[in-house]
Design a protein around this ligand. Sequence first.
Ligand code: GDP
Length: 315
Amino acid sequence: METTKYALSGKKIWVAGHRGMVGAALMRRLEKENCTLLCATQDELDLRRQDQVEGWIKKNKPDCIFLAAAKVGGIWANNTYPAAFLYDNLMMEANIIHAAYINKVEKLLFLGSSCIYPRMAAQPMKEEALLSGPLEQTNEWYALAKIAGIKMCQAYRRQYGCNFIAAMPTNLFGAGDNYDPEGGHVVASLIQKAHKAKQSGAPSMELWGTGSPLREFLYVDDLADALVFLMENYDGEPHINVGSGLEYTILQLAKTIAKTVGFEGDFLFDDSKPDGTPRKLMDSSRMHAMGWRAPTSLEDGLKVAYQWFLDHKAS
Ligand code: GDP
């Protein structure tokens, strides 16, 4: 596989989406590098507005960009706000990628998601599974926008020679997650529910669906490390999967979270809520072949995530 060293030392780096869970983890990770970090809040810069994005990049002149800005949400939010997931994500990525090209940004890393793969893709999912079958319906809007972002990176590389790369993280969790019980992903939602149930002395807590879907979970600070690794070492056209290889049923996850939080009750299943994709495990062998592996266990990552929840969200 093609590799080129792109040292971040001395670079001006823009983390687009620095207040999101991934962006904040990237900021923490990049503080260890000798680089200048740029960021802009949503009030300063609406990434959905082409003129604002082009003006900001022209003025601030980043050498490289981590495109971690996205409208994200769990299974319920994706299913409920299809237009917002499609429009916001398409606009943000199109504006940033095109402006990076016009302004001769040296390198850009775009972040996708494991939901870009077909619902029934062979497991573990290899990068080649992209566009080989129908998408999972609960998040196809988000997935389509992310697929467009991957293809933009490839198209700008082919037509204009831009060094734009793309990484596909598996399901993420960690500090700074979205703890909204309806809009968030499963780890944050279950931490919140287990904490509440423990506090109120409830005999049980509720899980959506059947508890049987399989998901792989990656601690967000591990992802940030992987993204820095890719920015420095990877220069190819194909997108790269970033997973942990750690796979659990939702019920196993719930039990591990209950243990972390100290909730000792039972689980009830709300089968009016969807299960989504039956299994979502990434094949991260390309990443492994380059020499990177996720170092953090689910248990250790959950401890940090729960502590962050206690410090910032618990009442
Ligand atoms: P997905 O990976 O795109 O399906 O997104 P999620 O992280 O939102 O959901 C993962 C799985 O966890 C799905 O099977 C959900 O039905 C299940 N799940 C169980 N309880 C919850 C919950 O309280 N919140 C969320 N978001 N998912 C839950």
